[in-house]
Ligand binder design. Sequence first.
Ligand code: ATP
Length: 240
Amino acid sequence: MSDNILKIAGLKVAYGGIKAVKGIDLEVNKGELVTLIGANGAGKTTTLKAITGTLPACKVEGTMSYLGKPLAGTQSFRLVQQKLAMVPEGRGVFTRMTIHENLLMGAYTRDDKAAIAADIERWFGVFPRLKERSGQLAGTLSGGEQQMLAMARALMCHPTLLLLDEPSMGLAPIMVEKIFEVIRDVSAQGITILLVEQNAKLALQAAHRGYVMDSGLVTMTGNAQAMLNDPRVQAAYLGE
Ligand code: ATP
């Protein structure tokens, strides 16, 4: 069996006249933590939305496959059944549901009640703040707490591939540290991750491989450690 989890070839996305993604190739292999970095507007979120089929009406070209099967036209809810989970930018928690209910929603494709309860306890162990506020509406949580909840909810489906869009955005430094600690732990457990981040340094430090996107194109790719040491990456994305 191939180790390939996600394969994108020649992806192009245009919003009307705006060419957001101009033909990119990207691969994520089993067990990898791959990061996609780049400036605002580079096309990173558009790429993730193309994978999950959550783009607004726009022109999409190229091929995408997940576990060797074509992704085009796959409805989002089917992706969760296939264990492809996404934590979108802005978290997307169900604000009018409690924290506990949000976590149960993450497990809606499962029917192993005892294991679901055990998983909830496990995430409460990782994120004690969520446990303390378990019966509280998710909309009352801070941004950082909502990010934790969104990640825990996505992990409740036991994903084969986890897509994370800017998990550190708008968070206090201590929360960013905690979120990255969890990302590294989840990766160490063998879950394959595609991480979109503007915090290039933290992302490359956590990742196995990286891709740099600029104006809709992949301009650089390689081993994450090598990219951290690359003067071009340092000058453009690491503020060094
Ligand atoms: P950010 O970090 O700001 O989210 P990004 O790298 O994820 O940046 P995208 O959000 O994918 O970039 O945006 C790529 C380009 O597509 C930008 O020029 C953006 O203005 C444009 N764009 C994104 N969404 C839409 C939309 N719904 N309609 C029109 N243009 C869009």
